[in-house]
Design a binder for this molecule. Structure first.
Ligand code: IMP
Ligand code: MG
Length: 179
């Protein structure tokens, strides 16, 4: 099997879109929201969006959560677990929850319910990529960077079996027989 990587969204349009998203999101945020990124896939999007939001005067508390739903392959198991919880006190707080990809919807549906159960007053969600064709549970993100077709993608923090997170662009992965 040969793994092929084909660029889908280059670095410049990615950063331009993140800048636009920050301009859309900032007016909805209180001055000191909690920005909560989902590790590992969401870390690059979180890093770029938080800096774009700072240009709009947003002064967040930053935190990360680790959830697991994917195994090592390309399919979601559907069962989401908290591997590392948010360490902030969420009571009465506004949370901006960030993830790389909205796919089946299991991860974000679970995460929003979990944060509300921990006392968050409002949970806004933003994802870099949305694959609506793949949805298993009804879930809409408040902010979406790019809507993409049903393809497995990597780069900009997103992995395939822990590889390719370092790519500065988003690429499609295909497996082919032969060299
Ligand atoms: P969901 O729970 O099915 O919505 O999946 C969301 C998570 O699955 C994302 O946070 C990603 O980490 C992972 N995921 C979904 N699609 C892809 C993909 O195309 N490439 C790599 N990871 C993906
Ligand atoms: Mg993820």
């Amino acid at each position: 099997m040969t793994t092929r990587i084909q660029p889908m969204i280059e670095e410049a349009p990615l950063l331009a879109r993140v800048t636009e998203m920050a301009a859309q999101i900032a007016p909805r945020l209180e001055p000191e929201p909690i920005i909560l990124g989902l590790f590992k896939g969401g870390f690059v999007f979180t890093a770029d969006l938080m800096r774009a939001l700072s240009r709009h005067g947003v002064r967040p508390r930053m935190d990360f959560m680790v959830l697991s739903s994917y195994g090592k392959g390309m399919e979601s198991s559907g069962e989401v677990r908290v591997k590392l919880d948010c360490s902030e006190d969420l009571n009465g707080r506004q949370v901006l929850l960030l993830d790389d990809i909205l796919d089946s919807g299991n991860t974000l549906a679970f995460a929003v319910a979990h944060l509300r159960a921990r006392g968050a007053r409002e949970v806004l969600t933003a994802v870099l990529l949305d694959k609506p064709e793949r949805r298993q549970v009804a879930f809409h993100a408040d902010y979406v960077g790019f809507t993409i077709p049903n393809a497995f993608v990597v780069g900009y923090g997103i992995d395939y079996a822990e590889r390719f997170r370092e790519l500065p662009y988003v690429a499609v992965v295909t497996q082919t027989d032969g060299p």
